[in-house]
Design a protein around this ligand. Structure first.
Ligand code: ADP
Ligand code: GN1
Ligand code: MG
Length: 354
């Protein structure tokens, strides 16, 4: 990969002075670049295994960022290459570039309940700000992304095929997933019946996909808009809590330490509910306690499937990496569902019987 050549196709009037690999994402490869005009940029190699239709992907992102910009909301600013496209194709690989949002930082784990509340407010406002964007302008960039029952079926196929002979290492994990198989369709059933509504959602609201101000740690901007598309707000609610509960321990071998945290749940729910109560349905509120469980077990299922398939989707650093990640998520999912009455109680206290 020639980063200099790629950069030139976006900005022929500037030159790269230096660059380094940046961030902890599992999908794309990200570089922080500084130019001879002392401007900072993010250049990313797009993961074209995950994103099969790069035109659709970039169209979604530009549609959303333009909508936010028109409302004066700080957002990532994609650059157009000299040919007018929002990506450059080089040796069958796709690259994109955007401005670094200055004086911002990401967190890998919540730094106290203030970060939790800020993140909840951020994603609540994100849902609100996109509620007047015509959903038909966005394509389904990864079909069935949070269709948890389908994710489970995909896992069953990977188990059957056992391409790498790894099934023998995961009997305990398969058993845990099977134990909860009847609880995986709560959100998708709600969508089918109409009790859970379609919104434009982020679908990957990890804590490190929100930028915070370096000085006062206030929320600045939501990033990593790759999976923005129509979905349920419960996907974002559940996955944000999954990420906040997991913190920086997603890759930890001490997986029994990755458990739910009722204080974090309460803080997130209170701030999120404040932003979104005008449009939430009764069923969505009922499913709040289940959403972190569903999104967490789904994530565990996806890591397990990828482990069985030979680590084709998520970036991994060693052979058992996806299996370790799967274990942390399954431990977390179990700890949430085992305490579901507590999460239900917190929900009814916060929501006060809407
Ligand atoms: P991935 O899909 O690999 O997770 P992200 O878009 O989340 O890629 O970018 C990886 C990291 O780069 C982020 O967690 C954040 O730290 C940083 N980053 C990305 N875009 C920006 C931006 N516009 N301004 C500042 N930092 C950014
Ligand atoms: C991936 O790209 P990143 O690291 O923000 C994944 C999410 C998973 C997450 C698990 C497009 O997110 O769905 O929840 O890893 N993103 C995609 O850490 O698959
Ligand atoms: Mg990311």
């Amino acid at each position: 990969m020639d980063l200099f050549k790629i950069f030139e196709k976006f900005l022929p009037t500037e030159k790269i002075l230096g660059y380094k690999k940046y961030g902890n994402g599992h999908i794309n490869v990200t570089y922080l670049v500084v130019s001879d005009k002392n401007e900072f940029y993010i250049v990313q190699k797009i993961n074209s295994y995950a994103f099969k239709d790069v035109d659709l992907l970039m169209n979604n992102i530009v549609t959303v960022t333009t909508h936010l910009k028109n409302k004066n909301i700080e957002s990532i600013q994609m650059l157009q290459a000299v040919d007018g496209k929002y990506y450059v194709k080089e040796n069958d690989e796709y690259y994109r570039m955007y401005r670094f949002i200055d004086k911002t930082m990401t967190f890998e784990k919540p730094e106290g309940l203030k970060t939790v509340k800020n993140a909840a407010q951020a994603f609540g406002k994100f849902h609100n700000n996109l509620s007047d964007l015509d959903a038909s302008k966005l394509g389904e960039v990864i079909p069935h992304f949070h269709d948890t029952p389908k994710r489970y079926n995909d896992l069953l196929i990977a188990i059957k095929e056992d391409k790498l002979g790894r099934l023998k290492n995961v009997s305990r994990e398969v058993e845990i997933v099977q134990k909860y198989a009847d609880k995986l369709s709560l959100i998708t059933d709600g969508l089918s019946s109409g009790e859970v509504e379609l919104h434009i959602t982020h679908n990957d609201p990890k804590i490190n996909n929100a930028l915070f101000d370096t000085e006062n740690h206030e929320f600045r901007s939501i990033i990593d808009l790759d999976t923005v598309m129509p979905g349920s707000v419960l996907y974002d609610f559940g996955d944000a809590l999954r990420s906040l509960f997991t913190g920086d321990k997603e890759d930890s071998t001490e997986y029994e330490k990755v458990v739910g945290n009722p204080e974090i749940y309460k803080a997130y729910l209170s701030s999120y509910y404040n932003e979104t109560k005008s449009f939430l349905t009764k069923r969505e509120i009922e499913l709040f306690p289940y959403a972190p469980f569903i999104l967490t077990i789904e994530c565990g299922i996806r890591f397990l499937e990828d482990y069985l398939k030979g680590d084709v989707y998520f970036h991994t650093k060693y052979e058992e990496h996806n299996l370790v990640r799967c274990r942390t998520q399954l431990n977390l999912a179990s700890s949430i569902i085992e305490n579901i009455d507590l999460y239900k109680q917190i929900t009814s206290n916060v929501v006060g019987g809407k």
